[in-house]
Design a protein around this ligand. Structure first.
Ligand SMILES: NC(=O)c1ccc[n+]([C@@H]2O[C@H](COP(=O)([O-])OP(=O)(O)OC[C@H]3O[C@@H](n4cnc5c(N)ncnc54)[C@H](OP(=O)(O)O)[C@@H]3O)[C@@H](O)[C@H]2O)c1
Length: 303
């Protein structure tokens, strides 16, 4: 299939591009600077354009059949007002401009897989939000709701829209593990705050396999939790990562106030979480290769 991907140079996009092209799909990666696409795998090509700005790139959109929308400024930063503005605008404007460019596809089979995140549900204790649960009201939840609302507008052009609510993606070359594995390797791994907060996560290869599944199972649309079936508490995450790396994790927990000092509002988010289950994708018959954290981390971090 001819696929166009925004954010395809990032952590998730690089894996997806590699796996989709290996399966014989043709992937066009839309990127703001074409140099960032050096090293694209065979079967992938680059298209230069800033997705947050209307432009000539939009004319190339209708020649594709499926769209994977990943672009957005990183949330793993201190949330100043400026950073929050960039986090929001980069996602809303990219999605709006992409959807606008889909208008000429009316009448042709078209698939939009737009990213969202489990942050959509806001913060929960032990209850399990499902795809139909209402959104939260904090910054990430509001962002996810608005991001999804922009994607859903593609239905006006007859497009099938899937809203992929990612959990934290575990992979070899970046994301959360890229940030914390070096800290654990220095024997500084510890629980964050109480350690009770839930972490909903997914192995990057299972995420790629979810996209293959969605390309084949065309009846699936709407919101879809892309998370492993066994979320963990922060305490279990710390212990499992320490075990897989063979490093001790008996330091006292990082106090909540310190996280809030270091990371601002994002620090407070790290201390909360949600236990999200992949109800719809399991009901559709998808099978996870890495359902448990120990299996996922062992595969990712093996030498
Ligand atoms: N990683 C996770 O655990 C996780 C969890 C939940 C949701 N998500 C969401 O999944 C998507 C992909 O995640 P990722 O970890 O792969 O992100 P990433 O590595 O930060 O890559 C995001 C891509 O977005 C583009 N981008 C960055 N800043 C931008 C801006 N200001 N305006 C327009 N485009 C910009 C970049 O592409 P170019 O420089 O080539 O334009 C970049 O390669 C993100 O939207 C993220 O919020 C990720």
């Amino acid at each position: 299939m001819k696929i166009l991907m925004t954010g395809g140079t990032g952590f998730v996009g690089t894996t997806l591009t590699r796996e989709l092209t290996a399966k014989g799909h043709s992937v066009t990666v839309l990127m703001r600077k074409v140099e960032s696409g050096v090293g694209l795998p065979p079967g992938a090509n680059s298209l230069e354009g800033d997705p947050t700005i209307r432009g000539a790139w939009q004319e190339r959109v209708p020649e594709h059949e499926a769209f994977i929308n990943l672009a957005g400024a990183s949330i793993f930063t201190r949330w100043t007002d400026e950073a929050k503005h960039a986090i929001r605008e980069s996602r809303i404007l990219t999605t709006r401009n992409l959807v606008e460019a889909l208008a000429p596809r009316k009448g042709k089979e078209t698939h939009l897989f737009s990213t969202s995140a489990v942050g959509y549900y806001g913060f929960h204790g032990d209850e399990d939000p499902i795809e139909e649960s209402p959104p939260g009201t904090d910054f990430l939840a509001t962002l996810a709701r608005e991001w999804e609302a922009e994607a859903v507008k593609a239905k006006e052009h007859g497009v099938r829209v899937v809203l992929c609510r990612f959990g934290i993606v575990m992979g070899r070359n970046g994301g959360m593990l890229g940030e914390i594995v070096p800290i654990f390797r220095m024997f500084l791994g510890a629980n964050l705050g109480s350690g009770n907060q839930w972490l909903s996560w997914v192995h990057e290869m299972d995420l790629a396999r979810i996209f293959f599944f969605l390309l084949e199972n065309r009846g699936l649309e709407g919101p879809l939790n892309c998370t492993a079936p066994e979320p963990v508490r922060n305490r279990e995450f710390t212990e499992t990562l320490g075990k897989v790396l063979g490093v001790p994790t008996f330091l006292p927990p990082v106090p909540g106030f310190m996280l809030r000092l270091m990371k601002g509002e994002f620090g407070a988010v790290i201390l909360k979480g949600q236990r999200v289950l992949p109800r719809r994708i399991l009901a559709a018959g998808f099978q996870f290769r890495y359902p448990t954290l120990i299996e996922a981390l062992t595969e990712i971090l093996r030498k």
